[in-house]
Ligand binder design. Structure first.
Ligand SMILES: [Zn+2]
Length: 127
């Protein structure tokens, strides 16, 4: 006697036990799965291919690492903000002819912002 090991076999779904076949039969008449010789092996069975347990966790890990923030992202944001603030202050100084001190602060902000922006971009490229 031979048995169909496929767990999702239509016959098994219907009867609740592996389909049984004569010894000269090589594959299940319901699901075309190659038959096995022992009933125990058939009951252990072959899992349906749809829910592959080896692919699931790996895919989840990949998705999780994709969502993780890249290094340097904060630096890029802060650098860009400081550059904009410096440009805005420079424009303000130009418009209201403010003191030299404000101009130096604006220049400092822009330089510091540019450094952080470049550092962040470099870290992004490396990561
Ligand atoms: Zn079958």
């Amino acid at each position: 006697m031979k048995y169909c090991p496929y767990r999702a076999c239509p016959h098994r779904q219907r009867v609740g036990a592996p389909a049984e076949f004569m010894d000269h039969v090589s594959s299940c008449s319901d699901c075309k799965t190659p038959l096995v010789d022992s009933e125990h092996e058939a009951i252990e069975g072959i899992a349906p291919t749809s829910g592959d347990p080896y692919r699931g966790p790996a895919e989840r890990t990949k998705a999780a690492s994709g969502r993780r923030e890249r290094p340097g992202r904060k630096d890029v944001a802060i650098g860009a903000a400081l550059l904009l603030a410096g440009l805005w202050l420079t424009g303000l100084v130009y418009m209201v002819r403010s003191s030299q001190g404000t101009y130096i602060v604006a220049l400092g902000l822009m330089i510091y912002g540019a450094i952080r922006l470049l550092r962040g971009l470099r870290e992004r490229g490396a990561g």
